[in-house]
Design a protein around this ligand. Structure first.
Ligand SMILES: [Zn+2]
Length: 54
């Protein structure tokens, strides 16, 4: 099942300790949780955001 869904919105960057607006991919984990993955536009840290179940 292909998933090309993207998510654009706010992520919390643990390195900057601030919210960042970024765009990333939506991935579905094994337990059915939808997560958005992006990169902080300021420091390049990977950002994860749990979106909940579809
Ligand atoms: Zn950052």
């Amino acid at each position: 099942m292909a998933n090309d869904e993207t998510y654009a919105g706010e992520f919390y960057c643990v390195k900057c300790k601030e919210k960042r607006t970024a765009e990333g991919k939506v991935v579905v984990s094994e337990n059915g949780r939808r997560m958005a993955k992006a990169k902080c536009p300021v420091c390049g840290t990977n950002l994860n955001r749990i979106l909940g179940k579809a």
